[in-house]
Design a protein around this ligand. Sequence first.
Ligand code: ADP
Ligand code: MG
Length: 280
Amino acid sequence: MPSKPRNYSQSPLKTLSAKSRNTLPNMNQPILKVENLRAGIEGKEILKGINLTVMPGEVHAIMGPNGSGKSTFSSVLAGDPRFTVLGGTATLAGTDLLDLPPETRSHAGLFLSFQYPVEIPGVTMVNFMRAAINAKRKYLDEEPLSAAEFLKLMRQKRAIVELDNKLASRSVNEGFSGGEKKRNEIFQMAMLEPKLSILDETDSGLDIDALRIVAGGVNKLRTDRNATIVITHYQRLLDYIKPDFVHILYKGRIVHSGGPELALELEEKGYDWIKEQVGE
Ligand code: ADP
Ligand code: MG
C-alpha cells in the first residue's frame, strides 16, 4: 500500500500535541501572577503577602538583605514541601501552581536554578537530562526524543554555556567547581526551555569569567515568550542581565519596586534606607 503523502504545508502548530498548544503563551497573559502569597516554615511566617506579575519577555530582579525571604519565595513557587503555603495564589501562564507537585510545575514550564546546586553521585548528566526531557515530553503527550535527537539537542545547548562534553558525561555536579555547577544549571535551563526561570543567587561564588558565561547564557535564552526572575544580593549580575523591573524584598514583603536604576541606588546606598523607610 502506498504511504500517505505528507502534507508539508501543515502549520507547525498542528503538529504539536493538544497540551503543547494549550501551553503556548498568550502575550497578554502573565507568565507569573502571584497574589498575596503567604508562606512559612516550622510555624514561622516568612512570606507575608507577596504580589508580583511577570509578563512574557520580561526580566525581573528581586533583591534584598539576607534573610528577607528571597529563597523561600523561589522554593515555595517550585513546590518545596518543607514550606507551608498559608494563603494567596500563584499562577504560571494561567495554571494554578500551588496545588501541583514540583515535577508537574516543572513540566508546566517553571525552572528554578538553586542557590546551592545538589550533587547526584551515580547519575550522569546525560541520563539525568534525558529522563527530565522525556518526562516533560510525556506530560505534553509528545514522543520521547530518539538518542540521536537527544544528543544533538545536548550539543546545541551545551554550546550556549560553553559546557565541556566531559562534564556532561560525569555524575550530576559531582566534584564540579562552583562555576561549573552554575553553568550546569543554565545548561539544564537551556535543555528544558522553561516559560519562567528563577535564578536564585546564581552569581554567588562566581568569578567574573564564569559570571559572564552564565549571564550570556541567560541572555541567549531570552525570548518574547519566556520570562526570568533573577534573585541577587548584589547589583553586579544586573550589569550583565538587564532587568526591566527591580523589586526589593524585605521581611517577607516587596517593599519597593522600580526600574533598573533601583539596583544602582541600592549599590550606592546599601539596604539601610529601606530598613528605615519600612520603620523596622
Ligand atoms: P534570603 O534568601 O532572602 O536570604 P531565606 O528565604 O533563605 O532568605 O530565609 C528567610 C527566613 O526564613 C530567614 O529568617 C530564615 O532563617 C528562615 N528560614 C529559611 N529556611 C529555613 C528552614 N529550613 N528552617 C527554618 N527557617 C528557615
Ligand atoms: Mg537566599
